[in-house]
Design a protein around this ligand. Structure first.
Ligand SMILES: [Zn+2]
Ligand SMILES: [Zn+2]
Length: 223
């Protein structure tokens, strides 16, 4: 779900608290959980419900997506080498063995690459947001000790976009990894080299023909 860009110019007399890539700094009470922005506005624009997530959660998801994309690339290349393997001058066993060694090396390299620490999706925080400047507010029952800390947050829709991509890339990595692992660790019985090779190659061609992954969207706030 993509949210509509904010009205411009702000009709409430306040500048937008949100950056173009959907980030903002809010004040979050570590005692009661109340959230607001230091900014005041005329409040003439109406408020709508908005979900936000801590930027740290979002950035962890982006890092994981980058790691998964690298895995998809490396596993995809190994899959293509299998799919494209044409002639077998030395016989099926030699071809199988050569690609098997290749697959084992790919998996070894991936095992030493920076890990993709699975993260628990954090529950988004629901706040009210000004329809013009995006000022946010979420009341909480005060417990008598309020201590505000600055918290960078990201609009829930932006975070959802990354999570959706993560699911797509992760699913592709799962399929590619299954094939490369099978090539790496399953060895045909005597007499089964050709059948084994062809069966894996068919799967590799099916996966290699799958639509290419979308390139990373711009404006993620990196660099
Ligand atoms: Zn406003
Ligand atoms: Zn408080």
């Amino acid at each position: 779900m993509i949210e509509i860009a904010q009205h411009s110019p702000a009709g409430c007399g306040a500048p937008s608290v949100w950056s173009a890539d959907g980030r903002a700094i809010v004040l979050s009470c570590i005692g009661c959980g109340r959230i607001d922005t230091a900014q005041q506005c005329a409040g003439t624009c109406g408020e709508y419900r908005l979900e936000i997530v801590p930027a740290a959660t979002h950035d962890a998801a982006i890092a994981r997506l980058d790691a998964e994309r690298r895995r998809a690339q490396v596993l995809g290349a190994a899959t293509e080498r299998l799919a494209d393997h044409a002639s077998t001058p030395d016989g099926w066993q030699a071809a199988y063995r050569a690609l098997q060694a290749d697959a084992r090396e790919v998996l070894r390299d991936l095992a030493t690459a920076p890990g993709d620490n699975a993260d628990d999706p954090e529950q988004p925080l629901a706040v009210w947001s000004c329809g013009c400047c995006g000022r946010v507010e979420a009341e909480a029952a005060c417990i008598g000790v309020c201590a505000d800390e600055r918290l960078e947050v990201v609009r829930g829709s932006v975070h959802d976009g990354v999570r959706a991509e993560l699911e797509v890339v992760g699913s592709r990595v799962g399929k590619l990894n299954g094939l490369v692992r099978q090539l790496a660790y399953v060895t045909p019985r005597a007499g089964g080299w050709e059948a084994g090779f062809r069966a894996l190659q068919d799967r590799a061609r099916g996966l290699a023909a799958a639509p290419a992954l979308a390139s990373p969207p711009e404006g993620r706030g990196g660099a």
